[in-house]
Ligand binder design. Structure first.
Ligand SMILES: [Zn+2]
Ligand SMILES: [Zn+2]
Length: 384
């Protein structure tokens, strides 16, 4: 186990996490959370603190000598979920819960900041600790911080996510695709309402919608290169008011997940093509709105190797786990548009654990040691 993380530092990180867990705040509303982070950082030695937006905190640690610039990022927001974990430090706020582990991310980065402040003499260059608001809600906090100049001059950016369904303390950092581009769409299919007993006098948008939904399934199975991947999920469908009325219109919505920008564009075009073709075939009409969400997180090869080397040297070869990319989205991608970087997993549970975003979601705090150690070692090596 890493000597970089003392038992005392580990206990502090756990205490910070529990405070944050009990006081969660929703995306773009992290007023108390960011104040708590700021005050905690202020208690360390030698950080310059900045508030690029009211709900985020950036701390800069300048090493003893000039050198490269490394950004380390944690997200700080919670989710609109009523907690059912039964933990003694469960959320004190109705309907709001840290159900993705961002409380743990914040605690781990605070721990790394504290340890690195004490090792300032060993650093050539600068570490920027980015405590980012609003990861869970597009457009996300990352793009706002990038806009505010947080990435200016940064040469490597590294972030971590706890993984409740991976073994505690294991580190996974794939080269290449890590998290998918996550887009959303809405559509409305317009027919002509009427009496359910006289469909010939109406234009039933329900059967047209059924065709469009079925045809959309062909996009992934028949148009995407099988070596690449994509998901199209139609998750909303609304129509009708009574059993004897053919409605005027059907509303649909869903999400598209991809890694490859070309596949992303193909899915967008393909969805509209299906809607256009199917509605035209039946004399109906449509409207379509496509919203691009977070871009895909693609880990830079050298950056991922830097993180993995740090993990190996602090935690040993056995602590490295193989991980597949996920189809979930992460706004860490906004930083990667500005500098190469890597986003890594820290196992914090078990395979049969409760998934993220669940009311009974929990993480094993024993994972923090590993996450903190990887952050510290990455900084010490990169800024050696
Ligand atoms: Zn989440
Ligand atoms: Zn998350």
């Amino acid at each position: 186990m890493s000597a970089l993380v003392t038992a005392e530092l580990e206990q502090e990180a756990i205490a910070w996490r529990r405070h944050l867990h009990a006081h969660p705040e929703l995306s773009f509303e992290e007023v108390e959370t960011s104040l708590y982070v700021e005050e905690t950082l202020r208690s360390f030695d030698g950080l310059e603190l900045d508030r690029p937006v009211a709900t985020a905190v950036v701390a800069t640690l300048r090493g003893a000598r000039p050198g490269r610039v490394l950004a380390l990022r944690a997200d700080i927001d919670a989710l609109p979920i009523e907690e059912e974990s039964g933990l003694e430090f469960a959320s004190t706020r109705p309907g709001v819960m840290h159900a993705c582990g961002h409380d743990g991310h914040t605690a781990m980065l605070l721990g790394a900041a504290k340890a690195l402040c004490a090792r300032r003499d060993e650093l050539s260059g600068e570490v920027r600790f980015v405590f980012q608001h609003a990861e869970e809600k597009p457009p996300g906090g990352a793009c706002q911080l990038v806009e505010a100049g947080v990435m200016d001059g940064v040469e490597l950016v590294v972030g971590a996510h706890l993984a409740a369904m991976k073994d505690v303390g294991k580190i996974g950092c794939p080269v290449g695709p890590m998290a998918a581009a996550a887009d959303t769409f809405s559509a409305e299919i317009h027919g002509r309402g009427g009496h359910a007993a006289a469909p010939h006098r109406a234009l039933d948008p329900v059967v047209v919608a059924a065709q469009a939904i079925t045809n959309a399934q062909h996009l992934v199975s028949r148009t995407v290169d099988p070596i690449k991947s994509a998901v199209v999920s139609i998750t909303r469908i609304h129509a009708g008011t009574a059993d004897n009325i053919i409605p005027e219109a059907v509303q649909l919505g869903g999400t598209v997940r991809t890694f490859d920008p070309e596949v992303r564009a193909e899915m967008r075009e393909g969805l509209e093509r299906v809607l256009r073709g199917v509605t035209e075939a039946h004399g109906a009409s449509y409207t379509f709105a496509y919203e691009e969400g977070y871009a895909a997180v693609i880990n830079d090869e050298t950056a991922a190797e830097t993180v993995l080397a740090a993990a190996r040297s602090e935690l040993g070869d056995d602590a490295i786990m193989d991980v597949e990319p996920i189809m979930g989205g992460e706004d860490f991608s906004a930083y990667l548009e500005k500098a190469p970087g890597a986003f890594f997993w820290v196992g914090a549970g078990r395979e049969d654990g409760v998934p993220h975003h669940h009311p009974r979601f929990t993480i094993d705090e024993a994972a923090f040691r590993s996450g903190i150690a990887v952050f510290i070692r990455t900084a010490l090596d990169y800024l050696a």
